[in-house]
Design a protein around this ligand. Structure first.
Ligand code: SIN
Length: 311
């Protein structure tokens, strides 16, 4: 079976059609152009860009990244160029790369989210990922993602104003029960949910007795969180009919297939890109290899295809 005989296309609701299910995870490909020297971004299903806030933001004080066993902790704190510069300078370049563009957004209030989303709709992004799960900022972000009332209010308000781009809601692993948040997102008109964002965590240097992250707490990502992410994707996909996008420690095609079998329609590759910047393309090739090996022509045949009972 050759690559062209395989059908990897997926629909994220009615508004977003992707040629394959592999995307970058927000914060791991900059504004898109940064990865173009490692691979052709047009090969991916979509590029999810670094989170954007209304005003430019310097992020948290350094050190704000540390490696852990099987992963890393970040407390970037949403360093970004701000909406205006994003639309003027970054988005036109990202759009020229040939891949659908998903803008990840974060606001300190419902009004801010709506304002950013409106501007991005006008600027022609393909989808908006509502970041309600960043553990590294004091205002907004996870404050919306852990409280079902504020969460529902936010999605309702954004949906009311946005009709062009697909709306994806990025969930925190701390949203409990996660099924309730996913259902609320669906009921308020979200096109998909993506999960999981990082898991709040810390690391300590025993010699200096100091935290390794200036902010003390950051978000753990990478293979260490994959089993948690798989479980939450599995539970969530049973609770909703909108597509679920799996995120968490995906490094290989087989990792991605595991998420797809658990119920994900698509996946995002994040932390693996810090080890190998071309990781998203390797994941895509790995999925193709798996499909050839198993004689599967259409990726949709694998979505939610977990067989229960251990082998
Ligand atoms: C950050 O900028 O702190 C990471 C973003 C996120 O966790 O959503």
């Amino acid at each position: 079976m050759s690559g062209s005989e395989l059908n990897l296309s997926v629909n994220i609701g009615q508004k977003l059609s992707l040629k394959n299910p592999v995307m970058t995870a927000s914060g791991t490909c900059g504004y898109g152009a940064e990865v173009a020297r490692f691979y052709d971004p047009a090969r991916l299903g979509a590029l999810v860009l670094k989170g954007i806030s209304l005003a430019p933001w310097p992020g948290n004080p350094c050190p704000r990244i540390t490696e852990t066993a099987c992963g890393m902790i970040n407390s970037i704190g949403l360093q970004n160029v701000g909406l205006k510069a994003f639309i003027k300078e970054k988005l036109p370049v990202a759009k020229s790369l040939g891949s659908p563009i998903i803008a990840n957004i974060l606001g300190g209030s419902v009004r801010e989210y709506v304002k950013i989303a409106r501007a991005l709709e006008e600027a022609g992004v393909d989808a908006i990922e509502l970041n309600v799960s960043c553990p590294n900022v004091k205002k907004g972000g996870i404050a919306f993602g852990l409280d079902i009332k504020s969460f529902t209010k936010l999605i309702k308000a954004v949906r009311k104003d946005i009709s062009g781009p697909a709306i994806i809601v990025k969930l925190s692993p701390g949203a409990q029960p996660i099924e309730a948040f996913a259902r609320a997102a669906q009921e308020e008109g979200a096109d998909a949910v993506s999960l999981i964002n990082t898991v709040p965590a810390m690391a300590i240097d025993a010699d200096s007795r100091r935290p390794l992250i200036q902010n003390i707490v950051g978000g753990l990502s990478g293979p260490a969180i994959k089993p948690i992410a798989l479980w939450l994707v599995y539970k969530t996909s049973k609770a909703v009919t909108i597509p679920v996008i799996g995120i968490g420690g995906i490094r290989t095609g087989r990792d991605a297939i595991e998420f797809i079998l658990a119920g994900a329609s698509a996946v995002q590759v994040g932390t693996a890109s810090f080890v190998d910047p071309a990781a998203p393309v390797r994941v895509l090739e790995g999925i193709e290899g798996y499909m050839r090996e198993k004689g599967i022509k259409d990726i949709s045949a694998l979505v939610g295809g977990l067989v229960t009972g251990c082998s």
